[in-house]
Ligand binder design. Sequence first.
Ligand SMILES: [Zn+2]
Ligand SMILES: [Zn+2]
Length: 395
Amino acid sequence: MLQQKIKELAKQYASEFIEVRHHLHAHPELSYQEFETSKFVQQKLTEYNIPFEVKAITGVIGLIEGKNPHSRIVALRADMDALPIQEENNVPYKSTKPGIMHACGHDVHTTGLLGAAKILAETKNEWEGTVKLIFQPGEEKNPGGASLLIKEGVLENPKPQCIFGLHVNPQLELGKLSFRDGKVMASADEIYITVKGKGGHAAAPNLTSDTILIASHLVVALQQIISRNNSPFSPSVLSITSFNGGFTTNVIPTEVKLMGTFRAMDEEWRFKAHDLIRRTTENLVRSMGAEVDLHIDVGYPTVYNHEGLHQHAKQIAKDFMGDANVEETEVRMGAEDFGFYSQKIPGCFFRLGTGNTEKGITHGVHTPLFDIDERAIEFGIGIMAYFGAMANPSY
Ligand SMILES: [Zn+2]
Ligand SMILES: [Zn+2]
């Protein structure tokens, strides 16, 4: 039976792919600079006799055809980029690049998809349809590798009927997977504001427009946008995270710069809020006698898990991992560029348990001590291969 075979192959290849993960972990690359990683993925696909194309400079798109290649088309996605973090783990596979670390587990995602690719290629006479492998650049940084790949046609020729994406979760115990339907992660947009005024001597504020005071009022006013305009039933966050201006005690500066992030779970509210942020900023700053530059860098959309696909995926996951090992995951205000795919085709973004409280493997993603229990690699490979072989896009 195919399920049994995939399980056995995932077990058999586990140590080989733990080595693959060590290699990727030791050689992390920042967003849109995944040149060595891309080469490595291309070499592996060549080794497995899987044809591929390169898109968006470092993205690698592979195609594995099973029986009746046109009968069903399923996409599997992994991201490849690392973060500007100095690794503090003392492990043999520690990052060899100062200040760069695979602290979001994208090395694990790339490894998981390579392992799944090897298994799917080996079993291609035993399943129906085509599996499209998407190794994407730049998940951690706007505009998002997913959006670049979509512009370059990754969801066409052939057009996948559904897409799966896996993410490590150190807060979920080893051996478990977690799913949720509907909106699972927030949209994320960056806000950049410069308040520009006359400035001058601090002892004569009447002759200036006080950019510090105006910017302070603005921070408070922006905080009220969500509390007074957004539905209390739809989570949304606005955080001003940087406030920069002035350099001494007796000068009112001519410029104050603010930065922040805006997150939402509803695309309609998201763009309405952009207008409110713009209006509030311009009206308030002008009414207090200064000028303002505002830029909203539109980032990733919400990640939406299609209800039907979610139900189906959860059932497949239960068949593969056992009922007790499939859980419900929480909503997060973090963002993921997987949202770009799930806006276009039915998508399912789920989590792979990589934590182990007994062994103290609990550090969160995006921290210098993040690591995984590597026995998770076997499950990651297995479940991605199983979705590739078994997911039925008509549910
Ligand atoms: Zn991340
Ligand atoms: Zn990530």
